[in-house]
Design a protein around this ligand. Structure first.
Ligand code: ADP
Ligand code: MG
Length: 599
C-alpha cells in the first residue's frame, strides 16, 4: 500500500505548479492592457468570448460526447436576446444577459431532445439544421430582429450605474471566463463529470452505476447552452452591432475546431485551442488570407502527431498524473465494508425470446436476504439473460422480478441500480481512459447528494460528497487489494484486476443485492481464493449475492443455495451438495457423474 510519505511530494509540487500556472494565466490576461490603441484590446475581448463558448462546448462534446455543430446559433440567441432587451426595452446588461442565458438554455434543451434517440453523427446533423433554422428566424422575424441589418447601437454594460469602459468590459469578461472555467472544472471532477464521460465511453457502465443517460446528457446541454448564452451577451455589447450572419455555420464549426485542436475532454483544451486558432492567424497579420489553409494544416498535423489535441501531448499528461497523485488515501480508514440492509430477490416464471431463441422459459429462483445464491448451467442456458432481466437491462416477455416486496420488472436499468442493485458484466465494462479510482467513484454516483449548482460553486455539501466518495473508493480499492493502482488508467490493468475494479465499483453503490456474472473467469488460483474471501465479506456486510459461476469449488464454498438452469428452465435447486449430486445435473451440466472439481 502506498504510504502518505510517498504520495505527498508530488502533491506539494502540484501546488507550486498550480500557482505558477495561474500566475501565467494572469500575465496573459494583463498582456493586452499593455498595448496602446483599441485594436489589441478588441481582439483580446473577442478571443475571451470565443474561449467562453469553447469551454462550454467542451463540456458537451468533449466530456458528454455529444457533437454540436449548432453552438453558434445558441451564442446568437444569447446575443440577440441581450441586445434587443438593452436597445428596445432599455434593460441594463446583467438582467438582459441572464435572459439571454435562459433563452439559449431553453433552445439548447430543445436541440438536445433528439440527442436522446440519435447516434452521434445523425445528432450532429440535427444540431446543424437547428442552427440553420435559428439564423433563418433571425433574418425572417424582421419586426423583432430587424432582419439582415441586425441590431445596432448596443450600449456598453454598466455596473452600479456607471458605463464600463472597454478595459473594464474586458476585465469583467476575463473574470467571468475564469469563474466559468473553475465551475466547469468542479463539474468535470464531480460525479456529474464522471457520469458524462461514462455515458460517452461506456453507456452500460454508466447505467449500471445508476446514471440516467437522458438526464446527464440534458444536463451537459443545459450547462453548455447557458455558457453559450452568456458568451453571446458579451458578444453583443462588445461588437455593438450584431447581424444574423455573425452566427452562421462556420462560426459554429470554429468552436469545434478549437476544442479538437486543444484536446477534447481536457480542461485546458478549449483555452489552448481558442488561443491557437483565434490568435495565431491574427498575429500572422499578412497571412490572414491563408487563414483557412493554416487551420487545415494545423488540424492535419495535430491529427497525425497529437490525436488527443495539444493537451494530450506528453508534457501535459505528466502534469495530469501529478494532479491525480495529489488525491491521497485517507490516513485512517476502516477496513472491510459498511453494513447495508439486505435485500431479498424473488424471480418467478421469467420468459424471454430473442427472435427464434428461447433464452428463458420459466426461470425462477428465490435468494434470501443476505444469502449468497449461485446460478449455474451450461453455456447458453440463460444465466446472463437472467441477470440482465433482474437489473433491468433486458425486459422479460413475462414474469416477475421482486426486490423485497416491490416488483421492479418494469423499471429502467438505472432505476434498478438506484434501488440498490449492483452488478458486474461477463466482460468487465470499465472506463479505460479513466483512473481506477474514478472508475470506483463512478459507482458511488447515486449516493452523492450535492446538486449541480452546489458542485459548480464548490459549496460545503459538494466538498463533503467529494471527500466521502474519494475515501470510500480508496477503502474499496484497499478491500480488493488494488490501492497501489488507484491512479493508473483502468484500461492498463490486467484482466483479472479489471474484474476486481468492477466489483469495487459495484460495491461503491453499497448495493443490497449484488449480481456477479462469472467473476472468476480468467483469474489465477491465488486471485480465485481472494475472490472467494471477498464475496464472503461482502455477504457478511449484508449484501445479497447472486453469482453466475462455473467453478464448482468456489460455489460450494460460498453459496447457501444453487439454482441450475438448462435451456432457460430450472433443472434443479437446493444446496450445492444436493444439486451437484442430482443425476440430471451431472448429465446436463457437467457431462459426467459425480460432484466437485472445477471446470
Ligand atoms: P449464458 O449466460 O447462460 O451462457 P445467455 O443468457 O447469455 O446464456 O444466453 C442464452 C441464450 O440467449 C443463448 O442462446 C444466446 O445466444 C441467446 N441470447 C442472449 N442474448 C441475446 C441477444 N441480445 N440477442 C439474441 N440472442 C441472445
Ligand atoms: Mg453468460
Amino acid at each position: 500500500m502506498a504510504s502518505l510519505e510517498t504520495l505527498s511530494p508530488p502533491a506539494r509540487a502540484s501546488h507550486w505548479g498550480a500557482a505558477r500556472l495561474w500566475l501565467a494565466v494572469l500575465a496573459v490576461l494583463v498582456l493586452p492592457l499593455l498595448f496602446k490603441g483599441d485594436f489589441i484590446l478588441f481582439m483580446a475581448t473577442q478571443a475571451l468570448v470565443m474561449m467562453l463558448v469553447a469551454i462550454g462546448l467542451n463540456l458537451l462534446t468533449g466530456y458528454a460526447g455529444q457533437v454540436s455543430i449548432g453552438h453558434g446559433a445558441l451564442v446568437g440567441l444569447g446575443a440577440y436576446a441581450t441586445a434587443l432587451l438593452m436597445v428596445d426595452a432599455q434593460w441594463s446588461f446583467w438582467p438582459a444577459a441572464l435572459v439571454g442565458m435562459l433563452v439559449a438554455t431553453s433552445a439548447g434543451l430543445l436541440m438536445a431532445l433528439p440527442a436522446l434517440r440519435l447516434s452521434t453523427w445523425y445528432f450532429a446533423l440535427v444540431t446543424l439544421t437547428f442552427a440553420q433554422v435559428v439564423t433563418d428566424l433571425l433574418v425572417e422575424w424582421r419586426s423583432l430582429t430587424r432582419g439582415f441589418s441586425g441590431v445596432v447601437g448596443i450600449p456598453a454594460p454598466s455596473l452600479f450605474g456607471k458605463l464600463l469602459s472597454p478595459v473594464q468590459v474586458y476585465l469583467t469578461l476575463a473574470l467571468c471566463v475564469v469563474l466559468v472555467f473553475l465551475a466547469t472544472r468542479q463539474l468535470v471532477n464531480s460525479r456529474f463529470g464522471r457520469g458524462m464521460v461514462a455515458a460517452r465511453d461506456n453507456p452500460l457502465a454508466a447505467i449500471a452505476s445508476g446514471v440516467s443517460l437522458w438526464r446527464i446528457k440534458l444536463l451537459a446541454f443545459a450547462v453548455s447552452a447557458a455558457i453559450a448564452g452568456l458568451a453571446g451577451a458579451f458578444y453583443a455589447v462588445q461588437k455593438t452591432v450584431i447581424t444574423p450572419e455573425d452566427f452562421s455555420t462556420d462560426f459554429s464549426i470554429f468552436f469545434l475546431l478549437c476544442i479538437v485542436v486543444g484536446g477534447q475532454g481536457k480542461l485546458w483544451g478549449p483555452v489552448v485551442g481558442t488561443l491557437v486558432f483565434f490568435l495565431l492567424p491574427e498575429l500572422l497579420g499578412q497571412l490572414q488570407s491563408w487563414r483557412l489553409m493554416i487551420y487545415g494544416v494545423l488540424l492535419l498535423v495535430l491529427m497525425l502527431f497529437a490525436p488527443h489535441g495539444l493537451m494530450g501531448l506528453a508534457f501535459w499528461k505528466r502534469r495530469a498524473s501529478d494532479r491525480a497523485a495529489a488525491l491521497k488515501p485517507p490516513g485512517d480508514r476502516a477496513l472491510g465494508l459498511t453494513p447495508v440492509a439486505p435485500m431479498a430477490l424473488t424471480i418467478n416464471d421469467l420468459h424471454k425470446h430473442f427472435d427464434g431463441v428461447k433464452a428463458l422459459q420459466g426461470c425462477a429462483l428465490v435468494a434470501k436476504a443476505g444469502s449468497t445464491h449461485a446460478l449455474v448451467g451450461p453455456n447458453g442456458s440463460g444465466k446472463t439473460t437472467t441477470l440482465n432481466v433482474i437489473s433491468g437491462f433486458i425486459r422479460a416477455d413475462s414474469g416477475q422480478v421482486m426486490l423485497g416486496t416491490t416488483d421492479v420488472a418494469s423499471l429502467a436499468p438505472h432505476q434498478v441500480a438506484q434501488r440498490g442493485v449492483g452488478r458486474t458484466f461477463q466482460t468487465p465494462k470499465l472506463l479505460g481512459e479513466m483512473s481506477v479510482l474514478d472508475n470506483v467513484r463512478l459507482g458511488g454516483y447515486v449516493s452523492e447528494r450535492a446538486s449541480v449548482l452546489e458542485v459548480a460553486f464548490g459549496l460545503p455539501r459538494a466538498r463533503a460528497d467529494d471527500a466521502a466518495s474519494t475515501a470510500q473508493a480508496f477503502a474499496l480499492l484497499d478491500f480488493v487489494g488494488l490501492t497501489e493502482r488507484a491512479h493508473e488508467l483502468a484500461g492498463d490493468l490486467p484482466h483479472g484486476q479489471q474484474r476486481l475494479v468492477e466489483i469495487a465499483r459495484a460495491l461503491a453503490g453499497r448495493p443490497g443485492l449484488l449480481l456477479l456474472d462469472e467473476p472468476a473467469a480468467g483469474l489465477s488460483m491465488a486471485e480465485l481464493d481472494r475472490l472467494a474471501a471477498l464475496i464472503e465479506v461482502i455477504a457478511a456486510s449484508g449484501t445479497t449475492v447472486l453469482i453466475v459461476e462455473h467453478h464448482l469449488d468456489l460455489i460450494a464454498r460460498i453459496s447457501q443455495q444453487v439454482t441450475v438452469l438448462d435451456r432457460g428452465r430450472v433443472l434443479a435447486a437446493g444446496t450445492a451438495q444436493e444439486v451437484f449430486s442430482h443425476p440430471e445435473v451431472a448429465r446436463a451440466y457437467m457431462g459426467r457423474e459425480g460432484t466437485g472439481g472445477s471446470r
